[in-house]
Write a protein that binds this ligand. Structure first.
Ligand code: NDP
Length: 492
């Protein structure tokens, strides 16, 4: 929590968002109460009816208009992201560029993926015309994290809107201004209704959204909060999409391009100060190439500086978790070959590379969420896969190998980059999400569009069957004919 609520003279409670680089106040936002959240959901329900009535074509045009506004206001939005997260402006721009590409894809693929289509009606339904469509849920509640405050929630917002829903968005308490500016860009493109209502505040505001009767909650954040969200939603049987943390591994096989693998390990582990759900937290390198690979990782990590190549910890308290993991790793015999405990100076954390860290230490088992990479040696790729899978998490992974796609199939996780890192996140057609403690459900791609819909099946009778088996008019002879047909079709 960055700041305490402040009650103004008129009784409205507000809180400040701060720039983690300077501690300066960036903006002041309302702490929305349960009643405020319910009112926002009510307004969104009305907007959703209007939005649904526009059909796929009307929504597509407007979402593509929104895309243009986002691109034209890219620097302004990037400034807000940088101010509230502390990340470099170019990282904020990159985040926006990725989000824009997803918005474009969702707008253009919604009709093809969700629109009514014919399906085969089968032998027993030969007299039926069968069609399937995916209908919007109404209002989707989106609860977002602070680390990618546009890219991550937009993975739900863009796809939910393209599917015909309106959204109530609760941004992290650290990034409320990003939520507000995002909604203002949509208002520029679609002034008729507020399709994305933003509610701000602390965890309690998010909890109120879970109880507000929305069609679905799309939550992105930590596994602990994900459990609380799911428990709250269980009370009203509100469906949930849960995108949580990870402990992603990067595997370096003997056949890897070592320069590319080292570059990916350092970018994947240190970009955004390591505060990336699909960031590289562990590296398993095959013994025969370990020395050369490690030397390259060390040289690259030493070339990075906190404050220039990445920002401070967005949430200052995260530094303590990073410190604890580094201390535990070193106390158990791990070696810090870049940085160490001294790298953690308040909210600024310089790069740390740890070697030969026991697999049961917290730096290997828990999400560190800092610019720290653990590099452990393994005899072969099979052992690397075994260790990569030895975690309750299962979000993403990277493999550098000539047999990358084959190794990918052995990994227990939702997404794999082969000879790259986090590449899947930039491909809109690929679904994004995890297994186990990393959550369930998918954003992005066709699965991401369907996630915000309900399938509706329609069977239209074209003519009456000569053998009426689903009527009290049926005879024993009718049933003999039916069973005979089934035996001929399925019994041989
Ligand atoms: P948190 O779990 O702390 O918070 C996530 C969101 O949930 C925030 O908006 C928060 O509000 C809200 N919230 C808190 N308590 C409740 C509650 N009881 N009911 C409903 N909502 C609540 O996560 P962080 O913001 O710290 O994000 C970091 C985590 O997110 C990491 O574990 C990271 O790995 C994960 N993440 C996962 C991604 C994925 O796609 N799988 C992508 C990006 C991040 P408030 O901030 O006001 O407390």
């Amino acid at each position: 929590m960055t700041s305490s609520p402040v009650v103004s003279a008129v009784g409205e409670t507000t809180f400040d968002s701060l720039d983690p680089r300077t501690g300066e106040v960036v903006g002041s936002h309302p702490v929305h109460s349960e009643a405020d959240v319910r009112a926002a959901v009510g307004r969104a329900e009305e907007a959703a009816r209007w939005w649904r009535g526009l059909g796929f074509a009307g929504r597509r045009t407007r979402l593509l208009d929104w895309k243009k506004v986002l691109v034209n206001r890219l620097d302004e939005v990037a400034e807000v992201i940088a101010a509230e997260t502390g990340k470099p402006l170019d990282d904020a721009r990159l985040e926006l560029v990725l989000a824009v590409d997803h918005l474009d894809w969702a707008a253009k693929h919604a009709e093809r993926t969700l629109g009514r289509r014919k399906v085969a009606s089968g032998m027993l339904g030969a007299n039926q015309a069968a069609t399937l469509r995916y209908a919007p849920l109404g209002v989707v509640g989106v609860i977002g994290p602070w680390n990618y405050p546009v890219f991550t929630p937009m993975g739900s917002i863009s796809y939910a809107l393209a599917a015909g829903n309106a959204v109530v968005f609760k941004p992290s308490e650290l990034t409320p201004g990003v939520g507000a500016v995002l909604a203002s860009t949509l208002r520029d493109a679609v002034p008729e209704r507020d399709l994305v209502e933003v509610v701000t505040g602390f965890g309690e505001t998010g909890a109120a959204l879970c109880r507000a009767g929305v069609g679905k909650i799309a939550f992105t954040g930590s596994t602990g909060t994900g459990r609380r969200v799911m428990a709250a939603c269980a009370e009203t049987l509100t469906p949930v999409l849960i995108e949580c943390g990870g402990k992603d591994a990067l595997i370096v096989d003997a056949s890897a391009d070592l320069e590319a693998a080292a570059d990916a390990a350092v970018w994947g582990g240190m970009a955004n100060a390591g505060q990336t759900c699909v960031g590289v937290e562990r590296v398993y390198v095959v013994e025969s190439v370990a020395d050369e690979f490690t030397a390259q990782v060390v040289a690259k990590a030493r070339g990075l500086t906190a404050g220039t190549d990445f920002g401070p910890m967005t949430m200052a308290s995260q530094s303590e978790i990073v410190r604890r993991h580094v201390a535990d790793a070193v106390a158990r015999g791990g070696r810090a070959v870049v940085g160490g405990q001294e790298s953690i100076r308040g909210s600024v954390v310089e790069p740390v590379v740890l070697l030969d860290v026991p697999e049961d230490s917290s730096a290997v088992t828990e999400e560190t969420f800092g610019p720290v990479i653990v590099v452990n040696r393994v005899p072969d790729a099979a052992e690397a896969v075994r260790r990569a899978n030895a975690t309750g998490y299962g979000l993403g992974a990277s493999v550098f190998s000539k047999d990358g796609e084959q190794l990918a199939e052995s990994l227990r996780c939702g997404m794999v980059s082969v000879n790259g890192v986090i590449s899947f996140a930039g491909i809109p057609a690929l679904p994004f999400g995890g297994v186990g403690d990393s959550g369930f459900g998918r954003i992005h791609g066709e699965d991401g569009l369907r996630e915000f819909t309900r399938a509706q099946a329609v069977a239209r009778q074209r003519f009456a069957l000569p053998v009426p088996v689903t009527s009290f008019r049926r005879t024993a002879a009718n049933m003999r004919t039916m069973v005979g047909l089934v035996k001929a079709r399925h019994g041989r």
